[in-house]
Design a protein around this ligand. Structure first.
Ligand code: ZN
Ligand code: ZN
Length: 332
């Protein structure tokens, strides 16, 4: 029966071939336009439809207020013999305690103690946790909302000129910021900040920098404060004493590996310098490379970082959509 049908079709050969070609055309068009619901990779489909597949995993974020700020003023001039100038910027009255020559091992044990035993909310608590494994300690009172420059130096009579060859057992300087007022410790999640600072000396000339900053939470966790890599804003004039790397990394991100939630300081101001469209304000941080270079409109088109080509595993927004809408309403 089928054979007879085919033979009949063959006799009308022009119609038969036209029908076959037409059927193939319809099927191909269907595949390309996604009529059958099969996930066939095609380039002609509308980008709005494919963006669901390409969108990278968005990291769950929690915003917290960090009352502490600490920077090194003029890092190029700092040394063990001449001392170092630190600039503090705290939201509440705080205490800055500097521990010179602090034991590396004891510091990490202290952070573990903060997690398991007692909270390091006062300088006394850190000193107990360190078992006084530091060479010299000094303390300063920081008034709230005042950008104070504090000059710290090892006294000459300690006769310390270096902390030995690398690898070292002591950090040159560990700066602890704690809230001075007991009541303030109830308000903030972050109760203290530990900054590990490298200062060059005659045996190890690596330039002065903050090596690590840990934010200690009232609940016992501690987070490593990390820098974001942003493209330099054309409108701002970078200060002459900061290195090129620091110009690009003026915002900080808190990221704890393995946890689904992280904390980030809210950005003070958005700069309009998305590296792709050169128009939208930069808002998206790509992980793990921490490049902050894309606006809300462009982020969905990238599975690889446009700066370093690294595959994006996760991303998060500096400023959520709701906040942006609020800002827009305010400006209207
Ligand atoms: Zn853009
Ligand atoms: Zn990157």
């Amino acid at each position: 029966m089928a054979a007879v049908f085919l033979v009949t079709l063959y006799e009308y050969s022009p119609l038969f071939y036209i029908a076959v070609v037409f059927t193939c055309f319809i099927v191909t068009t269907g595949l390309v336009l996604g009529w059958f619901g099969w996930d066939v990779p095609v380039i002609l489909r509308n980008s709005e439809e494919t963006q669901f597949n390409t969108r990278v995993f968005k990291k769950q974020m929690r915003q917290v207020k960090n009352p502490f700020g600490l920077e090194i003023t003029n890092p190029s001039s700092a040394s063990i013999t001449t001392g170092i100038t630190l600039t503090t910027d705290c939201l509440e009255d705080s205490l800055l305690t500097c521990y010179w020559g602090c034991s590396v091992q004891k510091l990490y044990e202290a952070l573990q103690k903060h997690f398991y035993c007692f909270r390091i909310s006062t300088p006394r608590a850190l000193e107990d946790a360190l078992y006084s494994e530091y060479l010299y300690q000094e303390q300063y009172f920081i008034k709230k909302d005042s950008k104070e420059e504090i000059y710290c130096q090892l006294p000459r009579d300690t006769k310390i000129e270096d902390f030995g060859t690398v690898p070292r057992s002591r950090y040159p300087l560990v700066a602890l910021l704690t809230l001075a007022d007991k009541d303030d410790r109830e308000i903030y999640d972050i109760i203290s900040m530990v900054s590990v600072i490298h200062i060059p000396d005659k045996t190890y000339k690596l330039s002065c920098r903050i090596l690590y900053q840990y934010l200690l939470l009232a609940q016992g966790q501690f987070h490593d404060l990390k820098q974001l890599f942003m493209s330099a804003n054309n409108n701002s004039t970078p200060s002459s004493n900061s290195s090129p790397e620091e110009k690009n990394t003026d915002r900080s991100l808190l990221e704890k590996a393995g946890l689904s939630e992280s904390e980030v300081e809210p950005p003070e101001e958005n700069s309009k310098d998305c590296v792709v469209c050169q128009n939208g304000p930069v808002n998206w941080v790509l992980l793990p490379c921490r490049h902050t270079c894309l606006c809300d409109g462009c982020v969905k088109y990238f599975q690889q970082c446009p700066m370093c080509r690294q595959f994006v595993q996760e991303s998060f927004a500096l400023c959520s959509q709701k906040e942006q809408d609020k800002d827009k309403l305010k400006s209207l």
